[in-house]
Design a protein around this ligand. Structure first.
Ligand code: CP
Ligand code: NVA
Length: 310
């Protein structure tokens, strides 16, 4: 029987059961097919979703907004700078108010705790559109993309080269929950958060997945089925950019690194790419790159989330 996910928040993959993840993936497949066939499907007719953005976005904003429209509903873009939140209205009062107008809310914030606090006072489902700590919609969508390309998830190895940031954290949860092995390869001082590592290892113990932390990129990509990278300087960390360019210089996904991986290894990036920094043009535009398929699947996966929880 289908799992009832109505009203559920999507804040961290760690909170999702394997059953819920499978249901999101299966729904994504159906919605993607309907969209490709040009079949109209409006389960959210008359529903509205607010999208609060404290940070910039290309993919998340457009894919959620278009996705909501395709499902028959309406999405409102709410810049955090223009809300009374910016002038001191509390997170709790904002959540209480918006819950009276909307049927769901998607939030992109700096502080993960702000999102957790918002969800506590919201009576409508809250979807995490990225925080400094996590980016679950991106990774659920990436898992869908990996399954599309490789047919299976269990037993695959993903090597993540770069910053132990929000992407690394959600990838650790996503792979652990679905039985994929992950190696996080970061320079010293930029390893993933120890608490996220601990929690993802608990998830991994239940599925047979492994979580390895490594600092040598050439070692990390060996036997990898997927090589994943992200920007060296995430949003909000621009002051550290110069120092990060030096610390990460050995952690570039380039042709020499790909030579050490399996011949059929695929390259992924959540985008935006900083070409010439964490990834070279030859790799991001090369035959193994699936970055734009990933970007497209954000639309289908987030439609599944909205259709299930709103
Ligand atoms: N990958 C991703 O979330 O992209 P945006 O920052 O453009 O939304
Ligand atoms: N780690 C990046 C991801 C962008 C989608 C950031 O937070 O800026």
């Amino acid at each position: 029987m289908a799992l009832d996910m109505k009203g559920k928040d999507i804040i961290s993959i760690h909170d999702l059961s394997r059953e819920a993840i499978d249901q999101i993936l299966a729904t994504t497949e159906i919605l993607k097919m309907k969209q490709k066939l040009g079949e109209l499907y409006h389960p959210l007719k008359g529903k509205t979703m607010g999208m609060i953005f404290q940070k910039s976005s290309t993919r998340t904003r457009v894919s959620f907004e278009v996705g909501m429209w395709q499902l028959g509903g309406y999405a409102l873009f709410l810049s955090a700078n223009d809300l009374q939140l910016k002038r001191g209205e509390t997170i709790a009062d904002t959540a209480r108010n918006l819950s009276r107008y909307l049927d769901g809310v998607m939030i992109r914030t700096y502080s993960h705790q702000d999102l957790v606090d918002y969800a506590e006072y919201s009576t409508i489902p809250v979807i995490n559109g990225l925080t400094d700590l996590l980016h679950p919609c991106q990774v659920l969508s990436d898992i869908f993309t990996i399954k599309e390309k490789k047919q299976v998830l269990e037993g695959l190895k993903l090597a993540y080269i770069g910053d132990g940031n929000n992407m690394a954290h959600s990838l650790m949860f996503g792979t652990a929950k679905t039985g994929m092995h992950i190696t996080i390869c970061s320079p010293s001082g930029f390893e993933p958060d120890p608490e996220i590592t601990r929690l993802s290892r608990l998830d991994a113990a239940k599925t047979g997945a492994t979580i390895t932390i490594e600092d040598d990129p050439f070692q990390a990509v060996q036997k990898a089925d997927i090589i994943y990278t992200d920007v060296w300087t995430s949003m909000g960390m621009e002051d550290e950019q110069e120092q990060r360019m030096q610390s990460f210089s050995r952690y570039q996904v380039n042709g020499a690194l790909l030579e050490k991986a399996k011949e059929d290894a695929l390259v992924m990036h959540c985008l935006p790419a900083h070409r010439g920094e964490e990834i070279t043009d030859e790799v991001v535009d090369g035959p193994r790159s699936i970055v734009f398929d990933q970007a497209e699947n954000r639309l289908h996966l987030q439609k599944a989330i909205m259709a299930l929880v709103i």
